[in-house]
Design a protein around this ligand. Structure first.
Ligand code: GLN
Length: 546
């Protein structure tokens, strides 16, 4: 444990989806605004070792870190709100903790002992928290799930013990609850909060601060009542009021005095918060001058949680251009040559996001074709780049059955293929994979360098020769078809430094057409919008008036 490191544990009560992730990110941002160095960690009670193999319907987006960890989407919030450097140790699940304990047991590290939840699992959890405790002033740890869930118990027990280990003055517990307004009674109800805190106290955790999600500000009487029943001070009950945009959350907390209260409780001296730039950004976001319509052609269109970082990156691109970005989700399974005009003509720009599997593929290829032919700005991300390459091969090279091997392993023209062996910049070794490889661990994952070609949209956006972006995919551009595709008008604007892997493609004589093998959305922040999203929105805006 680093000396003087302070810890904030964030738990959630009453029901899920109250926004614990956002609350943790906002607290991190407020502490950073006072000059403190923070990191944020998520402990998830589910059994999967990581969310990599989970269906987006179940779990929403899988967020990828620089070091190639497939993590919970809340880590995306943490990175967008703070400068915390997140990685493999920033997200632990029950599965990962048990996996580590069982591996140790097999190696004989507990020889002679009975391996139990307490102390072995709880020790392993505490150890995972210590792993991220170096070089920071404050560690914020969000516990996934809701108080009362069976599976979160070992995590709660571990954080209960943590206070004794780290010293009482170095640890606080913040509990996020719901205070609903009941229309028929015309009043807000505190009982769910009382019960949730009672549950928390029954396992030995007394919350220090309560963050109450509400529709409007709580008056003093209600705060006093909650304080009395939950054994906290009246000043420790905060209203976490619903807001129009997520980036307002830290500003609302700050107004309520949450930052001051946390510092006092943890006995930290820090300067007053500097929030001017953030306030300006929120103001711009809420009152844009312009407006642009973007079509997202994907498979999980009913579940925007699966495109979380993407939606945020598009919003950031809007901030950079003083524009409101209206998103139109188009279900690619319904898109055909016949209805493409009807479904896509209202959009100023078309984006095909990342994805896996065959369902809805043909619709995405049609969207890429429509954008190329009608000269509508096109942004293809990972799978969206694959769609563009397949489309160009089919329609401009007359490779009729051209496909990606993910969708048709026997295609005569595998323009997107499974690379069997390559030198991996991330792992620094020769990696091998084939059709039977383990689904959990055969992807190109995490940050890879990419060299840009002058006079391309990519170079114009990044304004630098070498960039680093995050990947999460198995299939690659097939260099066997490179020359033919280039002859047809494809431009290769970014490759791996050894030129072996095609990382960015464009198309000639087009207002803005770009496909990238990586996921730029993971690195966009509201204050520093990603250059590709900025330029895609800019190009789409030119189309907006037409
Ligand atoms: N399914 C494709 C692959 O594995 C694309 C993945 C993605 O879009 N992230 O290569």
């Amino acid at each position: 444990m680093a000396k003087n490191t302070k810890y904030i544990f964030v738990t959630g009560g009453v029901l899920s989806s109250l926004g614990k992730g956002l609350a943790s990110a906002a607290i991190g941002m407020l502490l950073e605004s006072r000059g403190l160095k923070v990191t944020i960690q998520k402990l998830d009670p589910y059994i999967n070792v990581d969310p990599g193999t989970m269906n987006p319907f179940q779990h929403g987006e899988v967020f990828v870190t620089d070091d190639g960890a497939e993590t919970d989407l809340d880590l995306g919030h943490y990175e967008r709100f703070t400068h915390a450097k997140l990685g493999k140790n920033s997200n632990f699940t029950t599965g990962k903790i048990y996996d580590q304990v069982i591996t140790k047991e097999r190696k004989g590290e507990y020889l002679g002992g009975t391996v139990q939840v307490i102390p072995h699992i709880t020790d392993e959890i505490k150890q995972s928290i210590f792993l991220v405790s170096h070089d920071v002033d404050v560690v914020i740890v969000e516990i996934g799930g809701t108080i009362g869930d069976i599976e979160s118990l070992p995590f709660l027990e571990a954080i209960r013990q943590f206070k004794t280990d780290a010293g009482a003055s170095n640890v606080i517990y913040i509990h996020l609850t719901l205070v609903p307004y009941i229309k028929t009674a015309c009043e807000v109800k505190t009982k769910p909060t009382q019960h949730s805190v009672k549950e928390l106290r029954s396992i030995g955790i007394q919350p220090d601060i309560l963050l109450c999600r509400t529709e409007s500000y709580l008056d003093d009487d209600i705060k006093a009542k909650i304080a009395l029943f939950c054994n906290v001070g009246k000043d420790d009950v905060f209203t976490a009021k619903d807001v129009d945009c997520i980036y307002e959350v830290p500003l609302v907390y700050n107004k309520e005095g949450l930052g001051d209260n946390i510092l006092k409780k943890l006995n930290i001296w820090a300067r007053a918060p500097k929030l001017d730039a953030w306030e300006e950004m929120v103001e711009k976001l809420k009152n844009p001058r312009l407006s642009v319509n973007i079509a997202i052609v994907g498979k999980y269109v009913d579940l925007t949680e699966s495109y979380k970082s993407l939606n945020e990156a598009l919003t950031h691109g809007g901030i950079a251009n003083d524009a409101r970005v209206n998103l139109q989700y188009i279900d690619s399974t319904t898109l055909t040559e016949d209805n493409a005009e009807e479904l896509l003509s209202k959009s100023d720009g078309i984006l095909v996001p990342g994805g896996f599997g065959s369902r809805g593929i043909e619709g995405k290829i049609i969207a890429a074709k429509y954008a190329r032919e009608k000269k509508v700005p096109y942004f293809g991300i990972c799978l969206g780049m694959h769609m563009a390459v397949i489309e160009i091969a089919r329609n401009l090279l007359s490779f009729e059955d051209a496909h990606g091997q993910e969708f048709d392993p026997y295609t005569p023209y595998p323009v997107i293929y499974l690379m069997k062996e390559w030198y991996d910049e991330q792992t620094k070794k020769v990696e091998k994979r084939d059709e039977d490889s383990d689904k959990g661990g055969t992807m190109r994952l995490g940050a890879y360098p990419c060299k840009l070609v002058p006079d391309t949209f990519a170079m114009k956006a990044y304004k630098q020769e070498e960039i680093s972006e995050r990947h999460r995919h198995r299939f690659e551009f097939n260099n066997d078809y490179k020359d033919k595709l280039v002859e047809a008008g494809l431009i290769i604007s970014g490759t791996s430094p050894d030129h072996e892997l095609v990382e960015i493609i464009e198309f000639k004589d087009h207002p803005w057409y770009l496909g990238c093998q990586f996921h730029p959305e993971f690195k966009s922040k509201p204050g520093t919008p990603h250059p590709l999203f900025r330029d895609f929105i800019k190009a789409s805006l030119k189309n907006a008036g037409k």
